[in-house]
Design a protein around this ligand. Structure first.
Ligand code: TXA
Ligand code: MG
Length: 315
């Protein structure tokens, strides 16, 4: 049965932030804007609240969640922050970098947050609304993207509502997410070495410059971040990549010189394309056309992260 009073829509002002923090402390689910995508937040120290995230998303419980913290001090409560992690935090936090770090003993996180792994994924977000909610709640917040598992990530409050409906208690409407792609996930290995598990707004080369050592090989026989799963970000119909032209039954997503039915960026700007990608995929998913074609996107800079998401949308 659906309840017309759910979810509550919350304004991103002082009263709204206090309301969101109250709901979170009470163990409820609140969708909150971040600079990457909307997150479906719950207190990370509560088994029940974290279980509610998995239920609402229909997410497999072997896929661990990112824990959001207010600052490095809060990160130290739940993870071991070594010298390399500190370098990356100094450079990229608050921001679109998630670090996979050793879980601290006695961290007090719900077991399901880490899906039983000995590591935890941590991010200190930059969005002022998410930062205010973290500060007001005084809690580490588990927050995956606020969409049904496997579907396109939300960059508008209306996307959250369309994907999750009344499975979420409240949505804080912070408008459009500026970056539009999920954070870069980097794993720092306890005994040296590091890898990018999910490409994102922060390039591997920027991380390499800070760490002063190249990334080590990734064990591709093992799926560690189900962001690595082949099929993800699905708009619910077939997607064809690198299409200069569309077939009659295809909704054409353009870029640069390729106009399409709607363009990611007429100017061929990759940052604009990243910011618009999920909104355009939502639009393509809702169009009357049974299939989607996407113009070529160059595999350079942010184009790598965009192509990563498109390949999974097409899988
Ligand atoms: O930008 C973002 O990162 C957004 C916003 C809301 O912060 N969050 C997000 O969360 O994308 P989610 O749950 O959709 O993606 C989390 C990814 C998954 O691919 C998961 O497998 C991986 O992080 N992950 C979480 N904990 C991990 C761990 N301990 N080791 C390896 N991968 C982990
Ligand atoms: Mg996601």
């Amino acid at each position: 049965m659906t309840d017309a009073s759910r979810p509550q829509m919350i304004a991103p002002n002082a009263a709204g932030i206090a309301r969101a923090a109250d709901l979170l402390r009470a163990g409820r689910l609140v969708a909150v804007p971040t600079e990457t995508v909307y997150g479906l937040a719950a207190r990370a120290d509560s088994d029940d609240a974290v279980a509610a995230i998995y239920r609402a998303k229909g997410r497999p419980s072997f896929n661990p969640l990112i824990v959001h913290v207010a600052d490095v001090a809060a990160a130290e409560q739940v993870a071991v922050i070594n010298a390399r992690a500190r370098l990356l935090a100094d450079r990229f936090w608050p921001g679109a970098l998630t670090m996979v770090l050793p879980l601290r003993e006695g961290a007090g996180l719900a077991k399901a947050v880490t899906a039983g792994l000995a590591t935890v994924a941590l991010r200190c977000p930059a969005h002022p609304v998410m930062r205010a909610v973290l500060a007001a709640s005084g809690l580490p917040l588990a927050a995956p993207s606020a969409n049904r598992s496997g579907a396109v990530s939300p960059t508008l409050a209306s996307h959250v509502w369309a994907s999750l409906g009344d499975a979420v208690d409240a949505i804080v409407d912070g408008g459009r997410c500026a970056l539009g792609l999920e954070s870069t996930i980097v794993a720092l290995r306890e005994h040296g070495g590091w890898q990018v598990l999910r490409p994102g707004p922060i390039a591997q080369s920027e991380i390499e410059a800070v760490l002063g050592e190249p990334a080590t090989g990734l064990d591709t026989s093992r799926i560690e971040a189900p962001g690595q799963l082949a099929s993800h970000y699905s708009p619910g119909k077939p997607v064809r990549l690198d299409a200069q032209q569309a077939l009659a039954d295809e909704f054409h997503i353009g870029f640069g010189a390729v106009g399409g039915d709607v363009s990611l960026s007429p100017a061929g700007d990759l940052a604009e394309a990243a910011a618009r990608l999920y909104a355009v995929l939502h639009e393509a998913g809702m169009s009357g056309k049974p299939a989607i074609a996407v113009a070529p996107i160059p595999e350079e800079g942010l184009g790598q992260a965009i192509r990563d998401r498109l390949r999974r949308a097409a899988a």
